[in-house]
Design a protein around this ligand. Structure first.
Ligand code: SAM
Ligand code: FES
Length: 365
């Protein structure tokens, strides 16, 4: 703080300068990130969000891309300390959707206007390479005009390549935290940041539209670690970044930890938008869970994607990553209508289309 107060132009001016610098040069030093994050204020956030919306409008107009999320299995061999479907949670009611049930989700989603399906699940050995490749190929055969995203955790290069050759277009794998020590406090020893990063670089190399991200306010997170996260994202140059608040789950080791805040999540969304203006940036369900207007606020801070749930209602409550997750009782159509209304109220519109990352979105401003 002492250091911040000693800036010649004053503390507030320094924060505004750093926002301008990030927008112009698209990167900051670690010290600058820390100063900006620790020194943020409501005024700075408003200044940032105006800039973020300018870029969002330039690349996406008032269109919000939609992705239909299919949570197809909650079995997981991993034991991430924050996650409600971790292996050690004996109370989780486990389920797997059949191929027919997954195809039915796609059918319902397609009729509603979804042109991207996201298959997300725990790391479930039941879904072998062959089963998953057949599933991917089957969905792409039936819906050739749709994009297919996978979010099924860490695999080998060959495995990712196999899914890509079967037709998968995109892959979501949050790095969770780019700080080695912090990674070790969120995950059991058999998981490593090194392998998580290896996966992300493999995915990019293969040609996937690749998404990374992290939880905001995960236990023990500091401004220094967030600075490292932002610098890692800049280096990876992903096509998508999913960030949402950490929300505690009552049957995990982090049950008693405080959750992440709306305020910091929105600020980081704004920073991501001005750092990489063409990013696909979801306003996440976790954000909507801790604030009934969370997703609208996320869009107004610079996000441009929403991911309504297409999973059948009979499994929704079982994919409980954190407490009080929203939309667990609604049919897919209700989710679409509800979000469509929410977006209209703030002057945006759900887009029908694949909503790909566009390389030609090269900055001309
Ligand atoms: N198994 C895949 C993976 O590891 O990427 C996908 C499923 S995993 C449940 C999807 C994401 O949920 C994680 O990347 C994590 O950031 C998020 N998540 C898990 N527990 C959470 C919690 N308690 N609060 C907020 N987000 C959480
Ligand atoms: Fe595997 Fe959360 S621990 S999905």
């Amino acid at each position: 703080m002492q250091q911040l107060l000693s800036f010649p132009g004053g503390f507030m001016e320094r924060i505004f300068e750093l926002i301008d610098k990030l927008e112009e040069e698209t990167c900051l030093t670690r010290e600058e990130w820390v100063t900006l994050l620790e020194g943020r204020s409501q005024e700075a956030a408003e200044y940032l969000f105006q800039k973020a919306r300018k870029w969002q409008k330039k690349y996406f107009g008032n269109k919000i891309y939609t992705r239909g999320l299919i949570e197809f299995t909650n079995y997981c061999k991993n034991d991430c300390y924050y996650c409600g479907i971790r292996k050690s949670n004996q109370k989780a009611q486990r389920y797997r959707l059949s191929q027919e049930e997954i195809m039915e989700c796609c059918h319902v989603g397609y009729e509603l206007g979804f042109r991207t399906f996201v298959l997300q699940g725990g790391e479930d050995g039941y879904f072998s390479q062959k089963v998953l490749e057949d599933l991917v190929a089957g969905i792409k055969r039936q819906y050739p005009d749709c994009a297919l995203t996978l979010s099924i955790g860490e695999r080998s290069y060959e495995s990712y390549l196999g899914f890509f050759q079967a037709g998968a277009d995109r892959y979501l794998l949050r790095h969770e935290t780019a700080d080695e020590n912090h990674y070790g406090t969120l995950h059991p020893p058999r998981l490593s940041l090194e392998n998580r990063k290896r996966c992300l670089f493999d995915l990019k190399k293969i040609g996937y539209q690749t998404g990374t991200g992290f939880m905001v306010g995960s236990p023990g997170q500091t401004a220094e670690q967030l600075a490292v996260d932002m610098m890692f994202i800049r280096k990876l140059e992903p096509h998508m970044v999913g960030i949402g608040p950490f929300v505690p789950h009552h049957d995990t080791p982090f049950a008693g930890e405080p959750g992440g805040t709306v305020e910091l999540t929105l600020f980081l969304l704004g920073l991501l938008r001005i750092m990489m203006p063409e990013l696909l940036l979801p306003a996440t369900t976790a954000l909507g869970t801790i604030d009934p207007q969370g997703r609208e606020k996320g869009i107004l801070a610079g996000a441009n994607v929403v991911m309504p749930n297409l999973s059948p209602t009979f499994v929704r409550k079982k994919y409980e990553l954190y407490d009080n997750k929203i939309c667990t009782g609604d049919e897919a159509a209700e989710c679409w209508d509800c979000l469509s209304q929410k977006m209209k109220q703030i002057g945006y519109e759900l887009a029908v289309g694949r909503g790909d990352y566009k390389e030609e979105n090269v900055c001309t401003m």
